[in-house]
Design a protein around this ligand. Structure first.
Ligand code: CCH
Length: 287
C-alpha cells in the first residue's frame, strides 16, 4: 500500500519548496567545516554535475546525476565533492521521490539564494541515469589551462558572470592543490570577486603548490590563473569591469547564466513546467 502511494505521488511546487527549505536549513549545520557553511561546496556540486555537458554529443549535464558513479565520482576535478554528495544524500533520504539531478541542482539554487545571492529560476524534471551514462574525464575546466569546453556552450559574457561564483568558498590543498578563499566573505554572494580582481595587486605566490596568485596587501586571498585571465583577456575584461562596477548587473547576468547551466542536456519535454519557478528564501517565508 505504502509503495503504491509512493509511486503515484506527483510532487507539486510546494513539495519542492519543502526540499529547498530542508537544504537551506542544512547549510548552517556545517559547524567547524570551512567557513561555517555548506553553501559553497553545494554550489560547486551543482556546477560540476551540469558543466560536463558536451555540445557535440549532447551528453553529460545534470540530467542523469552521473557523478554518483565511478569513475566520474573519482575524476580529479570532483575531489571533495563527496562531502556535498553526502550532505545531499541525507536530504534524499527524507524526500526519496526527488531525482538526484533535481536535488543537486536545487542545492545550488538554495545555496546561492540563501547566501544573499540573486533568485535562480529553476524547475524539476531530471531523471536518474545509470553508470553507463557517466561522462569521460576532462570536461570540466582545468585551473591551469583554459575554459575551452565552456566556451563552446557559453559566450564570453556568460563565462565571466559564472566565474563570479568564486566570490564563494575556497580552494583546498587536499582537493585541488590550490589554497585559500577569493574574497573576505566566502559565505556571502557578492560581486567582490570582480572588485578584488581590479582593486588589489596580484602577485604569484611563492610556495611549493600549484601556480596561484596572492593579493599583495594581505597575502590571504587567492586567484587561480583562470581567474586572472578575466582581467587580462580584452573581451573578458570588459564584462569583469562592468560587474565590478555594478553588483545588480552581475546578479542579473549570473542568475540567467547559472539557470541555463543547470538545464544543459536536460530534454525540454522532461520538465514538469514550461516556465522555471522562483522558489522562496527562508527569510521570505517568515514574512
Ligand atoms: Fe570553481 N573552482 N572553477 N567555479 N568553484 C574551485 C572552487 C569553487 C574553477 C576551478 C576551481 C566555476 C568555474 C571554475 C565554485 C564555483 C564555480 C576550485 C577549488 C577550483 C580549482 C576546489 C577545492 O580545492 O576545493 C575553474 C578552472 C573554473 C572555470 O574556468 C563556476 C562556473 C562555478 C559556479 C558557477 C565554488 C562555489 C567553489 C568553492 C567550493 C568550496 O568548497 O568552497
Amino acid at each position: 500500500q505504502a509503495a503504491k502511494a509512493a509511486t503515484n505521488f506527483v510532487p507539486s511546487k510546494a513539495d519542492y519548496q519543502k526540499v529547498y527549505n530542508r537544504i537551506a536549513e542544512t547549510l548552517d549545520e556545517a559547524g567547524e567545516y570551512d567557513d561555517g557553511s555548506y553553501g559553497p561546496v553545494l554550489v560547486r556540486l551543482a556546477w560540476h554535475s551540469s558543466g560536463t555537458y558536451d555540445k557535440e554529443t549532447g551528453t553529460g549535464g545534470s540530467n542523469y546525476a552521473t557523478m554518483r558513479f565511478e569513475p566520474e565520482a573519482l575524476h580529479g576535478a570532483n575531489n571533495g565533492l563527496n562531502v556535498a554528495r553526502g550532505i545531499m544524500e541525507k536530504i534524499k533520504q527524507e524526500f526519496p521521490w526527488i531525482s538526484y539531478g533535481d536535488l543537486w541542482t536545487l542545492g545550488g539554487v538554495a545555496a546561492i539564494q540563501e547566501m544573499q545571492g540573486p533568485k535562480i529560476p529553476w524547475r524539476p524534471g531530471r531523471i536518474d541515469g545509470f553508470a553507463k551514462d557517466a561522462t569521460p574525464d576532462g570536461r570540466l575546466p582545468d585551473a591551469t589551462q583554459g575554459q575551452d569546453h565552456l566556451r563552446k556552450v557559453f559566450n564570453d559574457q556568460e563565462i565571466v558572470a559564472l566565474s563570479g561564483a568564486h566570490a564563494l568558498g575556497r580552494c583546498h590543498t587536499d582537493r585541488s592543490g590550490f589554497e585559500g578563499p577569493w574574497t573576505f566573505s566566502p559565505t556571502t554572494f557578492t560581486h567582490d570577486y570582480f572588485k578584488l580582481l581590479f582593486d588589489e595587486k596580484w602577485v604569484w605566490r611563492k610556495w611549493s603548490g600549484p601556480k596561484q596568485l596572492a593579493d599583495k596587501k594581505t597575502g590571504t586571498l587567492m586567484m587561480l590563473p583562470t581567474d586572472y585571465v578575466l582581467i587580462q583577456d580584452k573581451s573578458f575584461k570588459k564584462y569583469a569591469k562592468a560587474y565590478a562596477d555594478n553588483q545588480d548587473l552581475f546578479f542579473k547576468d549570473f542568475s540567467a547564466a547559472f539557470a541555463r547551466l543547470l538545464e544543459l542536456g536536460v530534454p525540454t519535454a522532461q520538465f514538469v513546467s514550461s516556465e522555471p519557478w522562483e522558489l522562496k528564501t527562508l527569510d521570505e517565508q517568515k514574512k
